[in-house]
Design a protein around this ligand. Structure first.
Ligand code: NAP
Length: 505
């Protein structure tokens, strides 16, 4: 152990993506320096490091999809590409002094609350660390999900997931199968379609696709943002409220009819072939699954070298994929655009609470957390983008910022009350979950007639926040001390702690 590499810290953060970096910046700004950020990768960036597929970009405007306390006046487009977002995150690290706190190449293999010691024991690929507070910022879109197709292991060609793109595999002149038609696939399909010899796109459910209003941000605008920060803040506010207005449709599905008309016109304008148009027409209410934005997806599907295959996949053979109608689609490359383990995130299997059970064992298929961040039985654990704090309509970076503010409030509470460890009361957690479930019942995610990745194995939507983001901001702008109880540690019996004490701001 050296001072340069402390093995015990006040706060350990898992993950150096938007959540981990954002938390690190705010911690430093608030005077916390005793913390480390672990990441298994050799570079920071999280999902924006891992997803490097052709065409990868964000479909939330950059002025909103960035940290309000790490302003970037230089965004080149309204919807920035992966390279620019990743560069922004790397710059955040250097500009805000986060570098010394990073422990890259440290894969967290397990974290367990040690009741006797009153701290978290964190096992990484580079050895053991301990911390008083654990912030899990692994992110929901981290672990690629690849379907277990019969015969997949016999395939003799190249296969990879969109989040692990094999850039060494030249697709020129290849016969390629793409499985999945979600937000990732609709971005890379138009990029690879002109290069490959033949593209078989295996679609299980057609998605609603809206036109994408992307444009370059002019030099004049950028100069204005640089020199008059208030203008950029105004632009951000404009995007924020525009996006909040879109939430109305998700919360009141009947309103979606108007948007569906726009999306149908978009489809009909490009796809003239009636059979293809029928294949691409969604049969659920818009918003039930993520609404996709693209101007080049439909034109790519109209190409002569692209087939949209809607028959179910039966098996994979060494030289291709067989569908229910008996057709063998001969391919030499399979690309999975099949999404991520979201409601069954592997990190939940590695974090153990007071009773020795993991989050996954505690949740039994349905993630639950007070404010989407704190879990009963897991003292001083703080989840960033935890249960029910994902979004369908706007920037999750906003939710991350709300949670970081709440985390800072919790740290202040610990300091001011003298508590060493706290956790939410079971009643507070149940009340929060009941509120979320009640709100969710009327939304398009419940009523829209689809099966989305937002739903867990119990059929409960444990991924999304069922409301406006300002309502989440209202809930989290102050730490809710009354919802927590102290947890006894050897040096600090719970009885000595002032429960629910008010925290100065
Ligand atoms: P996704 O939205 O989960 O889409 C997965 C696709 O794979 C769906 O079309 C799904 O079909 C299909 N699929 C899954 N298992 C299958 C199987 N066994 N057989 C056939 N098809 C199968 O994944 P994603 O496209 O990677 O996107 C995930 C999320 O990442 C997005 O929702 C979004 O939040 C985020 N993202 C955002 C952007 C952006 O900002 N532009 C870009 C990429 C990703 P079904 O629909 O039938 O299930």
């Amino acid at each position: 152990m050296t001072t340069a590499d402390p093995r015990h810290v006040r706060i350990a953060i898992i993950g150096a993506g938007f959540g981990g970096i954002g938390a690190a910046i705010r911690l430093r700004q608030e005077g916390h320096h005793d913390f480390l950020v672990f990441d298994r990768g050799s570079e920071v960036g999280g999902t924006w490091r891992d997803n490097s597929y052709p065409g990868c970009a964000c479909d939330v405007p950059s002025h909103m999809y960035s940290l309000s306390f790490a302003r970037n006046p230089e965004w080149s487009r309204s919807f920035s590409g992966q390279a620019e977002i990743w560069a922004y995150l790397r710059r955040c690290v250097t500009d805000h002094g986060v570098q010394p706190h990073l422990r890259l190449g440290h894969e967290v293999q397990g974290a367990a609350w040690d009741d006797a010691a009153g701290h978290w024991v964190i096992d990484t690929s580079q050895g053991r660390y301990t911390a008083d507070v654990l912030v899990a910022a692994g992110g929901p879109l981290t672990e690629p999900s690849t379907p277990k197709l019969t015969g997949l292991e016999t395939f003799e060609g190249e296969l990879f997931h969109s989040a692990r793109w094999n850039h060494d595999h030249d697709l020129t002149g290849r016969r390629v199968a793409v499985i999945g038609t979600g937000a990732s696939a609709i971005q890379f399909v138009p990029r690879i379609a002109p290069t490959v010899e033949r593209l078989h796109l295996f679609q299980r459910t057609p998605a609603w696709v809206m036109p994408r209003a992307d444009r370059a941000i002019t030099r004049v605008e950028r100069s204005l943002f640089r020199h008059v920060p208030a203008v950029q803040r105004l632009a951000r506010a404009g995007v924020y409220w525009g996006r909040e207005a879109m939430a109305v449709g998700f919360l009141h599905p009947a309103v979606m009819r108007l948007s569906q008309r726009i999306a149908r016109q978009h489809l009909n304008r490009v796809i003239k072939d009636q059979r293809l148009r029928a294949k691409l027409t969604p049969r659920y209410t818009m918003g039930c699954k993520r609404v996709l934005l693209s101007n080049d997806y439909y034109p790519a599907l109209a190409r002569d070298n692209v087939d949209v295959v809607t028959d179910a996949i039966v098996e994979v053979r060494p030289n291709g994929i067989v569908t229910g109608d008996g057709t063998l689609h001969e391919v030499d490359t399979i690309i999975f655009g099949t999404g991520f383990h979201v409601t069954d995130m592997p990190m939940a299997q590695t974090i153990r609470g007071r009773d020795g059970r993991t989050l996954a064992e505690t949740w039994r298929g349905s993630m639950r957390a007070f404010q989407g961040t704190s879990v009963t039985g897991f003292p001083n654990l703080f989840l960033l983008l935890g249960p029910n704090t994902g979004l369908g309509h706007t920037s999750v970076v906003f939710m991350i910022e709300c949670q970081i503010t709440y985390l800072l409030g919790m740290l202040r509470h610990l300091r001011q009350t003298g508590a060493h460890a706290i956790e939410p009361t079971p009643e507070a957690q149940e009340r929060f979950v009941a509120h979320v479930d009640r709100k969710m019942a009327g939304t398009v995610w419940s009523q829209g007639g689809c099966r989305s990745w937002y739903l867990d194995e119990n059929g409960r939507n444990s991924a999304l926040w069922p409301g406006y983001t300002w309502s989440y901001w209202l809930r989290t702008r102050r730490f809710d001390a009354a919802a927590y109880r102290p947890v006894s540690t050897p040096d600090r019996p719970a009885a000595d702690v002032r429960v629910g004490a008010e925290v100065e701001r």
